[in-house]
Design a protein around this ligand. Structure first.
Ligand code: SAH
Ligand code: SF4
Ligand code: F3S
Length: 482
């Protein structure tokens, strides 16, 4: 019999991207083969995000488009996975009755079994974790099973660069945020298990690992005689032969410890790159957000970073238009962005999330037009800083890890494949026949570098000379090492 094919569509953060990668590995192991699009796949899985309403709207419209998909393939199974599955549960079946399967992020380990059940006619099927507000804390924790299946050492998409989960869930309960509800309680993975996994990856050619956690720097392995914090884990990973770079995201400002900064400074493989979201520059807003620090404490933390790791690239997230944010509050955020000189910032308009403390306690009282204006203003200020921050790179030679063809190159390649299959000649400007494509790589500080070179450079750590820089990208060329 022809094996079933699958296609996974992912929205959301790196956690979801990693989950999708692990799911794909699990499905391959179970005998499924990847399909090249939603239409042809027997199993279509949407791995979803609930962090803002916009992310959910995207999923529901994608589900709408899948409404008639089963007409052409009665065997087709449609599954909704991830954070929105945990949040909306039965509502998904009501809004999209053609969905066969809803699986929360804490239940992904059961996916192959559940798919089989649906294929055998046992659907529709729902598997989610317990509500975090439930009485019995132990049962809640047990119902959120960290998804850390043993994966093949070589990830087909990017064997040289791999994300590794070191913790799951979040206990911070910032008042605006849905993540603690959908991802469950904070659970750190035992260090020995992480070290084993990274060693296997490095043996198979992985050069860079990106350690993932919602508040990655609150990592604590308490299973042994001595607590292992992130700084200790970094030291253990730094010793792994073959591995060249270690990055970690996302940091919480309250857990930027002296020993963590010293680890970043002293361990040669650890990237001097810190994503530490501030969210706002106003004490009143930070208090309502329940972030657990004020603007002055955040600034002191930045000073400590600059003192210990002067070359560190620091990046942040901001929410504009949070409940009750006045123009004065917003000015304080602007001032923070001006003074902090982040390498870049991700800026979001506040989106009320049901069941969160902010949604229950405060009115979403900043008009959409004001949110949009503040978003654009903050972005414009950050962009000027990002551009200034990139300018000194002009003329410099930087070392990058080549991640592969850039988005532009990939799009062009898709067009060429389409045209080629349609029988028309290949277009001129794309010099695939000369073997050169636009490649993208990253510096150790997570700066994006674009340059032309042969596809085969993918996965190499190599020098590139920077010829031009804009706010988001450094443009370079290969260096003749003679
Ligand atoms: N764990 C990380 C990131 C969580 S989600 C952290 O603590 O920083 C990523 C970003 O989305 C957050 O940093 C925040 O800026 C934004 N975000 C979270 N909830 C949001 C909401 N309800 N509306 C708008 N942005 C939100
Ligand atoms: Fe959400 Fe706050 Fe946890 Fe980050 S730390 S995931 S913003 S609750
Ligand atoms: Fe979204 Fe879930 Fe990540 S809500 S931001 S995919 S943890």
């Amino acid at each position: 019999m022809v094996p079933d094919t699958f296609f996974i569509q992912t929205v959301g953060c790196q956690m979801n991207v990693l989950d999708s990668e692990l799911i794909a590995a699990e499905l391959r192991r179970a005998g499924y083969v990847p399909a090249d699009g939603v239409r042809r796949a027997d199993v279509v899985l949407l791995n979803t995000c609930s962090v803002r309403a916009h992310a959910e709207d995207k999923i529901y419209s994608a589900l709408g488009r899948l409404k008639h998909a089963k007409q052409y393939n009665p065997r087709k199974i449609i599954g909704v996975l991830g954070c929105m599955a945990q949040k909306d549960q039965q509502l998904i079946f009501r809004r999209a009755p053609h969905v066969d399967l809803v699986v929360g992020p804490g239940r992904l380990h059961r996916l192959p079994e559940l798919l089989q059940r649906v294929a055998d006619g046992g659907g529709p099927c729902l598997d989610v974790s317990l509500d975090r507000a439930a009485e019995d804390r132990r049962s809640v924790r047990q119902s959120f099973v960290p998804f850390t299946p043993l994966r093949p050492a070589k990830t087909p998409s990017a064997p040289h660069q791999t994300m590794v989960r070191i913790m799951s869930g979040c206990d911070k309960f910032c008042s605006y945020c849905i993540v603690p509800r959908v991802r469950g309680p904070e659970q750190s993975r035992p260090a020995a298990e992480i070290v084993d996994e990274v060693r296997r990856l490095a043996d198979a050619g992985c050069l860079e690992v990106i350690l993932l956690g919602q508040t990655v720097n609150s990592y604590k392995d308490r299973t042994g005689p001595r607590t292992i914090a992130l700084a200790d884990l970094l030291a253990m990973l730094d010793r792994i032969e073959g591995l060249r770079r270690i990055k970690f995201v996302t940091n919480h400002p309250r857990h930027i410890t002296k020993s963590l900064l010293e680890a970043v400074r002293d361990l040669p493989k650890v990237s001097p790159y810190l994503h530490v979201p501030a969210q706002s520059g106003s004490d009143a807003v930070l208090r309502r957000m329940k972030r657990g620090y004020g603007a002055a404490t955040y600034r002191e933390m930045l000073d400590r970073i600059r003192e210990t790791v002067p070359n560190a690239a620091v990046t942040s997230d901001f929410i504009v238009g949070f409940c009750g944010e006045t123009e004065e509050d917003f000015r304080q955020t602007v001032e923070l962005v001006r003074n902090a000189r982040f390498k870049n910032s991700f800026i979001f308009k506040y989106s009320p999330r049901p069941e969160t403390k902010a949604a229950k306690l405060y009115a979403d009282d900043v008009p959409e037009a004001v949110k949009r204006r503040r978003n654009n203003e903050l972005l414009a200020i950050q962009n000027v800083i990002s551009l200034e921050d990139n300018q000194p790179y002009f003329g410099r030679v930087v070392e990058i890890l080549v991640e592969g063809p850039s988005k532009v190159a990939r799009k062009r390649a898709a067009v060429i494949t389409k045209r080629a299959t349609a029988g028309s000649p290949q277009p001129g400007p794309f010099s695939e026949e000369e073997g050169t494509v636009q490649l993208v790589g990253r510096t150790v500080c997570d700066r994006i570098v674009v340059f032309d070179g042969p596809r085969e450079l993918t996965g190499r750590i190599m020098p590139v000379r920077i010829d031009k820089a804009d706010a988001f990208t450094l443009f370079g060329s290969t260096v003749d090492l003679g």
